[in-house]
Design a protein around this ligand. Structure first.
Ligand SMILES: [Zn+2]
Length: 115
């Protein structure tokens, strides 16, 4: 399952940035996932639960996922538009655009610690 390796790589990133003592205080991880990122939030949650089962260090941690809509950029107008219903047109001039500026990311937005 591709989500399990994503969860592992997110945790690896945190393990590089924080000490084991700090990670014991970890309470919540906020992720931002673009709806074009090819990652299903529900599968991501399930993968996180599965990793928690095998890795006791994260038992107390909650995964919070925020979905990011797709945004495109129109060179003619210099404006960015939200894509609704997969219609990739500029909101101002209605020209098609395939310049994605948001919607494919998978980011750790924030981590919360117990204090
Ligand atoms: Zn335009």
């Amino acid at each position: 399952m591709h989500e399990v390796s994503l969860v592992r790589s997110i945790l690896n990133t945190l393990e590089e940035q924080f000490s084991p003592e700090e990670l014991q205080q970890l309470k919540q991880i906020d992720l931002q996932i673009g709806i074009f990122a090819n990652v299903e939030p529900l599968l991501m949650q399930n993968a996180f639960e599965a990793v928690k089962e095998t890795d006791g260090r994260y038992r107390q941690v909650v995964l919070h996922i925020e979905s990011l809509p797709i945004k495109i950029y129109c060179e003619d107008c210099g404006v960015s538009s939200l894509v609704e219903n997969y219609v990739f047109v500029c909101s101002r001039c209605k020209k098609p655009s395939n310049q994605l500026i948001q919607g494919t990311e998978l980011l750790i937005k924030r981590v919360h610690f117990d204090d």
